[in-house]
Design a protein around this ligand. Structure first.
Ligand SMILES: [Zn+2]
Length: 182
């Protein structure tokens, strides 16, 4: 029997970045952008606010781009302070590298398991799909999905009753499957 689980974002991840004004290292995007046109060149930033003191920092989205080469739809979304666009940009590795930031996904996702009956089954195959590239420990995910402790999940792995083609001990952010034997 195959079950399908989905890891889904519930809000924007926090941005890991040191604040110059206080000791905090977490910023929160609220979907606000700033666009600056200078002659035919355009700069655009995603604004993020320090979770400690509210200081604003700017993440570069567009840098000295020719106005004609920027999709009007993208500009519209920035002018509309589109939260969905903020989510897309934060998940874009190019944006993250350019701004030297990482993301904190703690408390920003949930696991949907479909809640099906799984008692008395011999073995269960579970396919886990990631709706966004959220780095999660499979041990934690499996513990949550089956209502087990992490120690119990680790014991199942050690005993060979929980198997996967991927390493279950590290972190993953892409789709994988595993089998729980009983
Ligand atoms: Zn601060």
């Amino acid at each position: 029997m195959l079950e399908n689980w989905v890891v889904t974002p519930t809000c924007l991840p926090l941005v890991l970045r040191r604040c110059h004004a206080c000791a905090s290292d977490r910023f929160r995007a609220n979907g606000k952008f700033r666009v600056n046109a200078n002659h035919k060149l355009l700069d655009a930033w995603l604004l993020v606010l320090c979770t400690g003191c509210g200081e604003t920092a700017k993440l570069t989205v567009l840098e000295r781009m020719n106005v004609r080469s920027v999709r009007p739809e993208l500009l519209d979304r920035m002018h509309d302070n589109d939260l969905g666009l903020a989510a897309e940009l934060l998940q874009d590795p190019v944006v993250r590298r350019r701004n030297r930031i990482a993301l904190d996904w703690d408390n920003a996702w949930r696991l949907d398991t479909g809640g099906s009956e799984r008692l008395d089954r011999e073995a269960i195959d579970v396919s886990v799909r990631f709706a966004a590239r959220i780095p999660v420990r499979p041990v934690r995910l499996i513990a949550e999905g089956f209502g087990l402790s992490r120690a119990e999940v680790e014991r199942l792995i050690d005993e060979g009753n929980l198997v996967s083609a991927v390493r279950l001990s590290g972190k993953l952010s892409g789709d994988f499957t595993f089998t729980l034997k009983r």
